[in-house]
Design a protein around this ligand. Sequence first.
Ligand code: MRU
Length: 397
Amino acid sequence: MQNISNNVLIFYVDLQCITGITYKQLNVKLNPYFCIRPLYTGLMIVDGKYYQSVWVEKNHIVIINQQKLPFEFEMLQLSNVEEVIEAISSLKVRGAPAIGITAAYAIWLSYKNHGRLMKDEYDKLVSCRPTAVNLKRGADFVFVPASGGKMTEKQIFSLADEFARNEIDACKKIGENGFSIIQQLYKKLQQPINILTHCNAGWLACGDYGTALSPIFEANRKGIPIHVWVDETRPLNQGSRLTAWELSNENIPFHIISDNSGALLMMQNKVDAVITGADRIVSNGDVANKIGTYQKALAAKEHKIPFWVAAPLTTFDFKTKSGAEIKIEERHGNELQLVSGKNLKSELIVDIKLFPDQFPSLNHAFDITPAKFVSKYITEIGIFSKIEQVYEKRNHG
Ligand code: MRU
């Protein structure tokens, strides 16, 4: 039996299809079908165990319930596509790559439950959150080849698993590539690097590693002193709940700040770079990401601070011409009205109302950052200043 330590690449023969059990000694969830493949033990170590934010066990998809963090670490089993759609729509599983991975597994689950591909389930699934292109990418990666009608359930599962593995590998590479520009900054400044990030683009949002957070984790692990300004990211607080939780697990110094603080901190020379993730990056380089990202890009430009966007190739949508064509998800106003948190006395998680029901509200989940504000795109195939370079490298190597 091998001991797993962080970032160790081991090879194993996965016999779970024969034993039908989770490979408990490794605390890693394995592919239920026979295969030989490299297994990375990634970064997502919680209470000494390795997790991914989405995986499969027997007949279910299992997710870490992101709604419950940071106060509770809960796993949820999803047994059918309806439950998957509910989990994605309510942001129990969220973040562009993580919903792509979930969608890929959901196509397998749908096939498994019905003994055939279900187009109506596919249609509902791919439209349950419209902005992140990864959702459809994940579903299509499995649904399109499986539509030929010649694949077994086992083969369909392998496709979904391949998609998940590719996404996690891409995020690992994003970390390695992004590390190099943090290192350059550190060589230049010779002092701890202050990075501002928005929303959560870490382990949870991506299966493991993250997009925006992956280079930060890598730099920290390689000894570059880092401090992170964590935008709380209203209304659902993915920053203060999830990013802060991940950073504290990684022992990376951080401060949670209100979403309105970034520009002041930039003016005070307290931000050396901004890194965010993305939900869709289109042909002209415009970026859709969590609402509030655009403000940070504007402020960064004014203060000549690099604004980096980290995303795997599955987030690039070269068929859409510009940000104006991206559908921006509008969510229920009760996300602005209700705040969920721990009651000081009872320690129970409670929802409180910030304003009466009759007050109207408007809740856009994403905004568009025009390409001219993006200093670098950090991807698994390299770092690029211009969107055309990403396109070129992706197509011609
Ligand atoms: O609404 P969410 O929480 O799914 O929005 C997520 C984001 O905007 C992330 O920044 C984005 O998906 C990049 S994640 C790697």
